[in-house]
Design a protein around this ligand. Structure first.
Ligand SMILES: *Cc1c(COP(=O)(O)O)cnc(C)c1O
Length: 363
C-alpha cells in the first residue's frame, strides 16, 4: 500500500498491515458461512471458536500459568480503575498505589470513591520523569493490593522490573505495554489492558486474574461489574465485543508468527534505540523527558528548545507523512508511540527526519 502513514498514534494505534488486509478479506463472508462474523450470534460455534482461540493465544503468548482466568470485558481500562476496588477492596482495607504519572493518578482517584488508598511511592516531585525503584516502595503488609502502571503512556516511562509483593496481590495496568516483552505473570494477581494500544482495536479490555480473587463474593457490586459474572461465563455472560476480540486474535497470531513476546521485545528494543540514540546524539537539540533508567520502549517522549520549534517539527513531520507525534496536552513536547505493530521502517524514517530537522534548524 503506497500511501500508508508513518503512524505514531498513542491509541488507538497502528495495527499490522497484514492483519488489516486479512481481516478485510474475511470481513464480508467469514469461513463460507454466508455472512460476516459481525452478523452472527456470539453463542454460535463459529464465533465461539474465534473467542476461545483468542483466549488460548493470549495464554500461550503471555505464558499465563494455571490458576488464572482470562476475561474479555468492555468499558476500557478506565472501567477497571473502578472494577478493581469494587471487587477487591473490602471495607476497612487499604489499596496501595505507586504514583508514576497520569494513568496511575486516574486509577488512584477512582479507587478513592470506594475505600482507603495509600501511596507506596511517588515520582510526582520529579514531574513523573521516573519510575520509583523497587527499594522505594513502602506499603502496609495488609494492603488489599498494590497497584502499578507498568508503562505510563503519557510521560513515556516504564517499569523495567516488577516487585515481589508476597502476600499482597500485585495489580498491573499494562494497557500500553502488554506483550511488548516477556513478563512473569505469576508475580501479578491481576493484569489488565485495553486492547487498542498493543493488542488490537478499541472495544475490548483484557483482564487476567488469579482464580482465588474471582471467587471472593462481593454482593453489592452490579452484575456486569463483578469479575465472577464474567469468569463463570467465559466472558459470554452478555454479548461480548465480537469484532474487537476477533481482531485481537488476528493480532495475536501476527505476534506469534513474529517470535512471540521475545520477538516483540527484540524489535521493540531496536526501534526504541533508534529514537533514543537520535535524541542522545543531538547535543541537546532534542531532550528526552524520561530519566534514562525509566525510559519506555513504547512511548518515546521528548521536548525541544521552544514551543515554536516543536510546532514547526509537528507541521513539517505531518507534511512528510508522520502522524501522531504531538505530546499529550498535559505534558507537551513530542511523543512517538512505537507499539508492537509500528514497523521498524516507520521508526527509521522518523529518526532520519529528526536528524534532518536538526540539521536544518540547529543554530
Ligand atoms: C490508554 C490507557 C488507559 C485508558 O484506557 P481506556 O481503554 O481508554 O479506558 C489506562 N491506562 C493506561 C496505562 C493507558 O495507556
Amino acid at each position: 500500500m503506497a500511501n500508508r502513514a508513518y503512524n505514531f498514534n498513542a491509541g488507538p494505534a497502528a495495527l499490522p498491515l497484514d492483519v488489516l488486509q486479512k481481516v478485510q478479506g474475511q470481513f464480508v463472508e467469514f469461513e463460507n458461512s454466508g455472512m460476516s462474523l459481525m452478523e452472527m450470534s456470539h453463542r454460535g460455534a463459529i464465533y465461539e471458536k474465534v473467542h476461545f482461540e483468542t483466549e488460548s493465544l493470549l495464554r500461550e503468548l503471555l505464558s499465563i500459568p494455571e490458576g488464572y482466568k482470562v476475561l474479555f470485558l468492555q468499558g476500557g481500562a478506565s472501567t477497571q480503575f473502578a472494577m478493581i476496588p469494587m471487587n477487591l477492596l473490602r471495607p476497612g482495607a487499604t489499596a496501595s498505589f505507586v504514583a508514576t504519572g497520569s494513568w496511575a493518578t486516574k486509577a488512584i482517584q477512582e479507587a478513592k470513591l470506594f475505600g482507603e488508598t495509600a501511596i507506596a511511592a511517588s515520582s510526582e516531585s520529579d514531574s513523573y520523569k521516573r519510575i520509583p525503584s523497587i527499594g522505594e516502595l513502602n506499603y502496609a503488609p495488609d494492603s488489599a493490593y498494590l497497584h502499578i502502571t507498568s508503562n505510563e503512556t503519557i510521560e513515556g516511562t516504564q517499569w523495567s522490573e516488577f516487585p515481589d509483593t508476597g502476600n499482597v496481590p500485585l495489580i498491573g495496568d499494562m494497557s500500553s505495554d502488554i506483550l511488548c516483552r516477556p513478563i512473569d505473570v505469576s508475580k501479578f494477581a491481576v493484569i489488565y489492558a485495553g486492547a487498542q494500544k498493543n493488542l488490537g482495536p478499541s472495544g475490548v479490555t483484557i483482564v487476567i486474574i488469579r482464580e482465588e480473587l474471582v471467587a471472593k463474593p462481593s454482593t453489592t457490586v452490579p452484575t456486569m461489574l463483578r469479575y465472577d459474572t464474567h469468569a463463570k461465563n467465559d466472558s459470554l455472560y452478555n454479548t461480548p465485543p465480537t469484532f474487537a476480540i476477533y481482531m485481537m486474535g488476528e493480532v495475536l497470531k501476527w505476534i506469534k508468527s513474529n517470535g512471540g513476546a521475545a520477538g516483540m521485545e527484540a524489535i521493540n528494543r531496536e526501534k526504541a534505540a533508534l529514537l533514543y540514540d537520535t535524541i542522545d546524539g543531538s547535543n541537546g537539540f532534542y531532550k528526552g523527558f524520561a530519566e534514562l533508567g525509566s525510559r519506555s520502549l513504547m512511548n518515546v517522549t521528548f521536548t525541544m528548545q521552544s514551543k515554536e520549534l516543536e510546532a514547526q517539527f509537528i507541521k513539517e513531520s505531518e507534511a512528510q507523512g508522520f502522524v501522531g507525534l504531538k505530546g499529550h496536552r498535559s505534558v507537551g513536547g513530542l511523543r512517538a508511540s512505537i507499539y508492537n505493530a509500528v514497523p521498524l521502517e516507520s521508526v527509521r524514517a522518523l529518526a532520519d527526519f529528526m536528524r534532518d530537522f536538526q540539521n536544518r534548524n540547529a543554530q
